[in-house]
Design a binder for this molecule. Structure first.
Ligand SMILES: Cc1cc2nc3c(=O)[nH]c(=O)nc-3n(C[C@H](O)[C@H](O)[C@H](O)COP(=O)(O)O)c2cc1C
Length: 208
């Protein structure tokens, strides 16, 4: 995200317009990155990030990789069991938290302020990543809360995380899939109810 975008987000959030106005992202690119095989050879988890904010384009490409719409029928880059598309992605930055709205490729501001520490939990290095993506399973969208549903939503979140892992490996970004976080505090911050569960997160940044 460039300086202008940060100012736009900060201004919107600061003005209390959180619920009034979404932030459009540039269209995700259709070419670029390393080949599939090179990407797989590069894939690894990291913990050292440059503090430099992602460019708007890289952020858009990253979110597209996670749960972007890649077909006219509305289906996504990440498959989901029974096509339930129940995994939501929230974006934590130093400025605030937004939700990625994939149908319109935009960010919906949710809360202002730097809350990356809640995702970091006891792993302090996570806070140095300029962007943290949080995967939240939405039971209402999935249509079940039994043991089997819980497992399947975890699988779906894992696939989203792996899309992020592979995008980062192909684009030269650093990331690490994580299950550690202060789940209860995040639920309170984002005003999630008992049917919406943070499952995984990926801090993301440029290499240091
Ligand atoms: C589901 C899942 C949860 C993970 N949770 C954490 C975590 O909470 N903290 C962490 O530092 N790494 C976490 N990891 C990363 C693993 O530790 C890492 O993938 C493993 O050490 C193998 O290293 P590699 O990814 O470089 O191959 C997690 C990985 C997966 C797949």
């Amino acid at each position: 995200m460039n300086k202008l975008s940060l100012i736009v987000i900060a201004t919107l959030l600061g003005a209390g317009m959180c619920l009034a106005q979404n932030i459009s992202l540039p269209a995700p690119e259709k070419t670029g990155g390393k080949s599939t095989l090179e990407t797989l050879w590069n894939r690894q988890s990291g913990t050292e990030f440059s503090e430099r904010m992602l460019s708007d384009q890289d952020l858009s490409n990253l979110l597209f990789a996670a749960i972007g719409v890649n077909r006219e029928n509305g289906k996504l880059t990440s498959p989901t069991a029974s096509n339930k598309q129940e995994i939501r992605v929230f974006v934590f930055t130093a400025e605030g938290v937004c939700e990625y709205l994939n149908a319109e490729n935009s960010l919906r501001p949710v809360v202002q302020g730097d809350h990356r520490d809640l995702v970091a939990g006891r792993q302090g290095w996570v806070k140095t990543a300029p962007v943290i993506l949080l995967m939240v399973a939405d039971e209402k969208k999935f249509g079940g809360s039994d043991e089997r549903s819980t497992v399947v939503m975890g699988v779906d979140a894992g696939i989203v995380s792996e899309n992020i892992n592979l995008f980062c490996a192909g684009a030269g970004l650093v990331t690490r899939p994580r299950m550690s976080m202060d789940t209860q505090a995040i639920k309170e911050l984002l005003r999630l109810d008992e049917t919406q569960t943070p499952l995984l997160n990926n801090p993301v940044g440029y290499a240091r």
